[in-house]
Design a binder for this molecule. Structure first.
Ligand code: ZN
Length: 139
């Protein structure tokens, strides 16, 4: 199996069985995001404490890439400081929109979305959860 196929399989897996899916009644931050180009919708719930993401869950409907991206994002940011989350956001955004070189040390599993950069229409699907996260944290 090629790396590309492995990445594709991970996206399909997270798209079908998203992690951290559901409500988070004790959320300190909540934000909805919408990608009109594809119809992807997400509601993101966060609990932050002392500048750390303590829990995160999401609900929503959308294409496999948007759901997989939200699922992997929740896994990547849980337990991280807001500073670390900002670094992740920048690296992910640069990877998808600026053709930046993959920094696997920073991105970890998120690097599987590198191939999405080749499909501009899909970039919005992959970054929806992240823009929603930014909006949630800015409140
Ligand atoms: Zn989509």
């Amino acid at each position: 199996m090629s790396l590309r196929e492995l990445y594709q399989e991970m996206i399909v897996d997270h798209g079908k069985q998203p992690r951290n899916f559901g409500l988070l009644p004790e959320a300190t931050h909540c934000e909805m995001g919408y990608n009109p180009l594809c119809g992807d919708k997400i509601t993101l719930y966060l609990v932050t404490n002392n500048g750390v993401i303590e829990s995160v869950r999401f609900e929503g409907v959308g294409c496999a890439i948007s759901v997989a991206s939200a699922s992997l994002m929740t896994e990547s940011i849980k337990g991280k400081s807001l500073g670390e989350v900002e670094t992740l956001f920048q690296a992910f955004h640069a990877l998808l929109t600026e053709g930046a070189e993959r920094d696997d040390a920073v991105l970890g599993k998120l690097a599987i979305f590198a191939g999405v950069a080749e499909f501009p229409i899909r970039v919005k699907c992959a970054t929806l959860a992240w823009h929603t996260l930014k909006a949630a944290l800015s409140k």
